[in-house]
Design a protein around this ligand. Structure first.
Ligand code: UDP
Ligand code: MG
Length: 155
């Protein structure tokens, strides 16, 4: 059964520095993902330690956190059927050199640390990350005409 999900995206400091915010947001919009949250966030060391806790034992952990604090990041909440997987597909795999052509990371990045985007990897993590970065009143609900027909899939 189709599952309407919200997923969390962060546009990292390299996206801001390289003037790629609009281009990246445009790709999500053109895909048909609904933007239901959008704001600048200045990440703290505490937020990042929690957010990247799965990487705490890696040698690049400190450098990753430091990089993420260089500028504010842009937080996005994107909604749609199976949006967690749909967004990860558009973003591409972690290493931009291995990412499929046409994905954002493949098209605009060369190096793993500066791969432009964070996107939640599972529905469970998306729910946790959404709460980490957005207050309830910062996530909006509105109808698009395509919403009314999104369950009409027989394949
Ligand atoms: N990262 C890094 N070096 C590595 C692996 C990861 O700098 O060898 C950074 C990279 O920015 C990546 C982030 O850590 O996006 C989080 O890693 P994860 O494995 O969760 O990848 P993602 O979910 O972002 O594809
Ligand atoms: Mg990850």
């Amino acid at each position: 059964m189709a599952d309407v999900q919200k997923t969390l995206v962060l546009l990292k400091p390299d996206a801001l520095q390289r003037d790629l915010l609009g281009e990246i947001i445009r790709r999500f919009e053109l895909k048909g993902l609904k933007i239901v949250g959008l704001k600048f966030v200045r990440l703290s060391e505490e937020m990042l330690t929690e957010h990247y806790s799965h990487l705490a034992d890696k040698p690049f952990f400190a450098s990753l956190k430091s990089f993420m604090m260089q500028t504010p990041v842009v937080g996005l909440v994107l909604e749609g059927i199976d949006s967690v997987e749909a967004v990860r597909k558009i973003v591409g795999v972690t290493n931009p050199r291995a990412a499929d052509a046409g994905t954002i990371r493949a098209d605009f990045a060369m190096n793993v640390p500066s791969n432009l985007i964070h996107a939640s990897d599972t529905a469970e993590n998306a729910a946790i990350e959404l709460k980490r970065f957005f207050k309830e009143e910062e996530v909006f609900s509105y109808e698009k005409i395509t919403d009314r027909f999104q369950f009409g899939e027989g394949i």
